[in-house]
Design a protein around this ligand. Sequence first.
Ligand code: SAH
Length: 214
Amino acid sequence: MEYQKLRDRMVENQLIPRGIKDPRVLDAMRRVPRHIFAGGHNLANAYDDMALPIGEGQTISQPYMVAIMTELLELKGTEKVLEIGTGSGYQGAVLGELAKDVYTIERIASLSDRAAAEYRTLGSDNIHVRTGDGTVGWPEEAPFDRIIITAASPQIPEPLMEQLAVNGILVIPVGSRYSQQLLKITKTANGFTEQYHTPCVFVPLIGKYGWEEE
Ligand code: SAH
């Protein structure tokens, strides 16, 4: 199948040379059909080394960004994961391959509806989609072993810190509206440790604990 070739090439050319090592992450990205999530008009370049428009002014992240954020989460397969910013649903699908359960929140209903429909079609029944402001988290399902925010935030939304389990990991792009850096937070019994990673550019996280709508 043509798409399998494109995915293998994406992993070999974009992910491995940039240092993605976790074999489970590489395998998941060889499997998940990115072109399905990239949307009809993007089929030809769905596996290219870039973010792509998915409608509503939003984007599907570059494959490398999905890979590094996923690798930073150190998933073993037993975790309950919260994702903020479902977007196309692609990142969530990768998480669904690597964790036990994924809870993903998207503020734009047309996007969350489309992602939920793709998950139903693919039979990804461990992925749960909600429409709403993800900056307040998903309190009924907390605590989460892992939290990933795939939109740019001025700071870490307080409710998400609270909903992170002890020994849990949270990954978030923090910075200005136009440029950020990936931050990995590990919650310990007596506080938090933080580690900065690669610079990045995400669309803004808009909500009660994020940016105001422009
Ligand atoms: N993870 C996505 C990429 C998301 S782009 C993928 O794999 O395709 C960021 C998404 O975050 C956008 O769809 C945007 O609408 C959404 N978003 C922004 N603020 C949000 C909020 N407060 N709660 C939930 N989603 C939000």
